[in-house]
Design a protein. Structure first.
Ligand SMILES: Cc1cc2nc3c(=O)[nH]c(=O)nc-3n(C[C@H](O)[C@H](O)[C@H](O)COP(=O)(O)OP(=O)(O)OC[C@H]3O[C@@H](n4cnc5c(N)ncnc54)[C@H](O)[C@@H]3O)c2cc1C
Length: 439
């Protein structure tokens, strides 16, 4: 089923990414003019739309370089829901550049390796980060704490909540007109779109909708008030068209996921007790420890997410910027979480963009801002496009429900990976460091 779904998704991807679609998008908007009267339009220099990981990391990176920005977030407050994210050494390098890594390190456990298991609980392979490749740093962090930490370092009034962008239009002088659900209007010199996977700004720029990849993920955060009992390893358990995993986060918390094939994203279910039951039913005969972790999970931390990505085809996908509007994070490159890189790459984007933008702003030259955005796009595309494809391929193999593919996969993991005892090549994609933002 997964193979058929993948082929269908591949065709759909090509059709929905066509240049025609991009062109229609840009024509529709190119004729719009600004009729708003200047009296009710506030002027801003750097506006960031979206206060998620990308938006806050970009705002803080710019702040470290002396550039003030205004973050406009649609929610009423910082989105503190959600579970955890595993951040690899490239994510930690970006957090080091931004200046918040050491604070977060004190709260989250450093993971020592990876264990791969089959659904009957048999260990296929255990790999230790420190044995051969001591340079890896992997920790799962709570999304809530990451957001609060980034927001806590920003000057007061940087984030304006309840600001849902509903309209974006170019203005004749190169500025951008933004209108929000509450009727407020802003004329911004520079706009950074960090508005996530369903980004209205990306849509305005001609990007296609992200593609559903044929599987969904349950996630949860288990709580052990007397201390979590597991070894400091990421556990991956492979079934047929179904996979699960868990990893200790902090001394009292364990993050888990269950990923299952589904021909459609299905109706949006948010009732936590229903989600928990559905997730448990999927893995009811799997390892008892997995069910124990799920039982130890407060219902309200459980979420169900259909997984999506968008491939940034060369010459077909629109560029990352349009005039002085640019994209960061999922708004530009939604990718599946199979290699745990979406947030890591959003953090990398933030640091790289901030450096280039701050240099351009300080040179006080409008053209150089557009050049800075182009340079950011060229540099980041080389990193993002292969990672998006890699994540998708890893997902296709991991989610396969074809018995032959599952047999070969598990045997390769058990025999081949055992011989190839180096973890380095498997984690090559985490070898990316960002520069310090100290002025
Ligand atoms: C199941 C799953 C597991 C994952 N695991 C990992 C992992 O282990 N490691 C990893 O690195 N990554 C992981 N990711 C990816 C990671 O979650 C994303 O890449 C990351 O959250 C992207 O951050 P962002 O700020 O770009 O987008 P978001 O976090 O979606 O933030 C976008 C923000 O924009 C706001 N917004 C949207 N529209 C508007 C609007 N119109 N006006 C104003 N504001 C708006 C939203 O409210 C939101 O706050 C995972 C993703 C999934 C789905």
């Amino acid at each position: 089923m997964a193979t058929t779904t993948s082929s269908f998704m591949f065709l759909k991807r090509i059709l929905t990414s066509s240049p025609c679609r991009a062109r229609i998008g840009s024509l529709r908007y190119s004729k719009l003019t600004i009729k708003a009267q200047s009296s009710d339009v506030r002027k801003e220099h750097v506006v960031i739309v979206g206060g998620g990981i990308a938006g806050l990391a970009t705002a803080l990176s710019l702040h470290r370089l002396g550039v003030r920005s205004l973050v406009l977030e649609q929610s009423e407050s910082l989105r503190t829901g959600g579970t955890s994210l595993t951040l690899s050494k490239n994510g930690w390098s970006a957090l080091d550049s931004i200046g918040v890594a050491n604070y977060l390190r004190t709260q989250y456990l450093e993971i020592q390796g990876i264990v791969l298991k089959s659904e009957d609980g048999k260990e296929l392979r255990a790999l230790n980060f420190k044995e051969k490749d001591g340079s890896q740093e992997l920790r799962a962090v709570e999304r809530r704490v990451l957001l609060e930490t980034l927001a806590g370092q920003l000057p007061t009034d940087t984030i304006q909540y309840s600001s849902r962008l509903v309209k974006i239009e170019p203005s004749p002088n190169g500025d951008t007109f933004l209108e929000f659900l509450d009727g407020s209007k802003i004329l911004a010199k520079i706009v950074i779109g960090c508005d996530g996977i369903r980004s209205p700004i990306a849509k305005w720029m001609g990007f296609s909708e992200p593609n559903y990849v044929g599987y969904c993920a349950f996630r949860g955060l288990a709580s052990y008030s007397d201390g979590q009992p597991f070894e400091l390893r990421v556990n991956y358990i492979y079934g047929k068209g179904l996979r699960a995993g868990y990893v200790p986060v902090s001394p009292t918390k364990v993050y888990w996921f269950v990923t299952f094939n589904s021909s459609s994203p299905g109706p949006k279910t948010t009732e936590p007790s229903v989600l928990k039951k559905q997730a448990k039913d999927l893995v009811e005969n799997w390892l008892p420890e997995l069910l124990n972790i799920m039982d130890s999970t407060p219902d309200d931390t459980i979420v169900l997410t259909p997984l999506m990505d968008r491939w940034l085809w060369p010459w077909i996908s629109p560029p990352v910027s349009r005039g002085r509007v640019v994209l960061v994070g999922d708004a530009w490159h939604p990718m599946t979480p199979n290699i745990g890189q979406g947030a890591c790459c959003a953090l990398e984007d933030a640091v790289v963009l901030a450096k280039k933008l701050a240099a351009a702003i300080n040179s006080d030259d409008d053209t150089s801002i557009e050049d800075a955005f182009r340079s950011y796009g060229n540099e980041r595309w080389l990193r993002i496009f292969p990672l998006t494809i890699l994540a998708n391929l890893v997902g296709s193999i991991s989610q396969s429900d074809n018995p032959l593919v599952c047999y070969v996969r598990n045997n390769i993991v058990r025999d081949r990976v055992r011989k190839n005892t180096r973890l380095g090549p498997l984690l090559e994609h985490t070898n990316f460091t960002t520069e310090s933002l100290q002025r």
